[in-house]
Design a protein around this ligand. Structure first.
Ligand code: GDP
Length: 210
């Protein structure tokens, strides 16, 4: 896919205020610092479309970017743990959960995972939460330039082993580097193909009150 345009559309904390669901969209999510903003910027070849961590003003909002006037990238806030009476409970945040569970034009969630780390409990919890709720997702390993391909495969395999403990099938996996551009074409191809199966939500015919 050739990227002709990529523009910031909205930033908000209320999932109900997202743009009308008339175009396919893809949610990008992961722990803070996983490389999400860098990957989004690399995908659309814009330096500063999504704000990277080093910059002030990184907010906890749902950010919509319109690509090629045809589909949306949605930049979601990073998730973490909430401490509930000393027991760690996975919390992806009410706003994120509400968005993911209700967004009718959401085609896929891209779960970003650092390719240098052992499977992290919060990431596994999030993946299980998506599966439990029947939400389609792919796993996107980031920062693959930071180590050789053999080491990257080793970390990916650990995720696969973890997931196969409870799952029969693995989700699609992409290996990326925002720095070097690895995986960019593959991810854009995936999005282009998935866009083809988007169906506009049926418009309701409103009848006049009698
Ligand atoms: P975010 O918090 O998930 O949006 O993460 P950022 O995109 O802001 O990246 C966090 C840090 O990781 C920054 O210092 C980036 O320069 C660095 N980073 C992100 N992607 C890559 C990558 O593909 N390769 C390398 N080497 N560093 C990266």
């Amino acid at each position: 896919m050739v990227i002709k345009s990529a523009n910031f559309i909205t930033s908000n904390t209320d999932p109900a205020k997202c743009p009308p669901p008339i175009m396919p969209e893809y949610a990008f999510i992961g722990r803070s610092n996983v490389g999400k903003s860098s990957l989004i910027n690399r995908l659309v070849e814009r330096k500063d479309l999504a704000k990277t961590s080093g910059k002030p003003g990184k907010t906890q909002t749902i950010n919509h970017f319109l690509v090629n006037e045809k589909w949306y990238i949605v930049d979601l806030p990073g998730y973490g743990y909430a401490s509930v009476s000393k027991v760690k409970k996975a919390s992806f945040g009410e706003m994120i959960e509400k968005y993911l569970l209700n967004r009718e034009n959401l085609m896929c969630t891209l779960v970003l995972l650092d390719s240098r780390l052992e499977p992290q409990a919060i990431d596994l919890d999030f993946i299980h939460w998506l599966g439990h709720n029947g939400l389609p997702f792919v796993m996107v390993f980031t920062k693959a330039d930071k180590q050789g391909p053999v080491a990257v495969q080793k970390y990916i395999q650990r995720y696969e082993i973890e997931l196969l403990k409870t799952w029969e099938e693995l989700p699609p996996i992409y290996i990326t580097s925002a720095e070097k551009g690895f995986g960019r074409d593959e991810l854009l191809d995936f999005i282009a193909e998935t866009n083809n199966s988007f169906q506009k939500p049926g418009s309701k015919i409103l009848s006049k009150p009698q």
